[in-house]
Design a protein around this ligand. Structure first.
Ligand SMILES: NC(=O)c1ccc[n+]([C@@H]2O[C@H](COP(=O)([O-])OP(=O)(O)OC[C@H]3O[C@@H](n4cnc5c(N)ncnc54)[C@H](O)[C@@H]3O)[C@@H](O)[C@H]2O)c1
Length: 269
């Protein structure tokens, strides 16, 4: 018996990386997946993979910063697949840069994509699930737990996701809405966003204050190997497995928590 038979899951940023792996893993466990992204070509690949594996999927081009679209996404998913009981707020970007040169426009873009979207998605999901119940999983980062040089806006955005998640979990519980809300904090996961952030930060900017000397060399694999005591970057499916667990009833008393999946990167030196 699959963990998520009969469930409907909405996954944002499902056209790449962790979002794609999550959509595929949820479908593998029996959930019907409503996959959204601004990247329609990426979505097509994700949908093709799910269908080829015998899963059920619908796709939508969605910019997660667009409030008007969020107002309809849950209804569209419900019409096509059934009432959603899982939302994975995964879509995100990382804009790197030193604080003295960082523009307010970039700061606002970072917050809009990584934080406004999580608020809008969580609000839409709570409105839909407040009676039927569900699980909301917000993708933060280890950068939401500690600082990193050259990633101040990204860290601020992921820290906001962390505490918004806890507030939402408490509010749902106190209100009697049967919805759990948790955040997931990946370390270095081998996806396009990681490769891109290395390129952005490469010019003399240490990627992380805790990293060994020379870690700002522009080699993503070397940096990942140095940062994680396990000596490698994580894979998107290793994050997806945690998300499946949080989506399922196997985590029925885990609520308002921050779950780290980082190969011991933040566990110590
Ligand atoms: N890869 C890592 O090392 C890592 C570590 C910690 C946290 N994360 C987080 O995991 C999440 C997924 O990242 P990833 O590594 O899979 O990156 P990715 O770049 O592979 O995927 C991100 C997806 O989000 C989509 N997206 C971006 N802006 C969007 C918008 N406005 N509307 C809708 N979709 C949009 C992109 O098109 C892309 O498909 C992000 O929130 C990221 O911050 C990643």
């Amino acid at each position: 018996m699959s963990l998520l038979n009969g469930r409907v899951a909405v996954v944002t940023g499902a056209g790449s990386g962790i979002g794609r792996a999550t959509a595929e893993a949820l479908a593998k466990e029996g959930a019907a997946v409503f996959a959204t992204d601004i990247d329609e070509a990426g979505l097509k690949v994700t949908a093709g993979n799910i269908t080829a594996a015998g899963g059920k999927v619908e796709t939508l081009r969605q910019d997660v910063t667009d409030e008007a679209v969020w107002d309809t996404v849950m209804d569209m998913a419900a019409q096509k697949l059934g009432t959603p009981s899982i939302l994975v707020n995964n879509a995100g970007i990382a804009i790197g840069g030193a604080i003295p040169e960082f523009s307010l426009a970039d700061w606002k873009t970072q917050m809009s994509v990584n934080v406004d979207s999580v608020f809008l998605g969580t609000r839409a999901a709570i409105r839909k699930m407040m009676e039927s119940g569900g699980s909301i999983i917000n993708i933060s980062s280890v950068a939401g737990l500690r600082g990193a040089a050259g990633l101040s806006a990204y860290c601020a955005s992921k820290g906001a996701v962390r505490l918004f998640t806890k507030a939402a979990a408490v509010e749902c519980g106190r209100a009697g809405w049967p919805i759990r809300v948790n955040s997931v904090h990946p370390g270095i996961i081998d996806t396009p966003i990681w490769q891109k952030s290395i390129t952005q930060l490469g010019e003399g900017m240490p990627v992380n204050p805790d990293m060994p000397a020379g870690a700002n060399a522009m080699d993503a694999d070397v940096i990942a190997a140095q940062a994680s005591p396990m000596g490698r970057a994580g894979r998107p499916d290793e994050v997806a497995d945690l998300i499946v667990f949080l989506a399922s009833d196997k985590s029925s008393y885990i609520n308002g928590q921050e779950l780290v999946v980082d190969g011991a990167m933040t566990a110590g030196g």
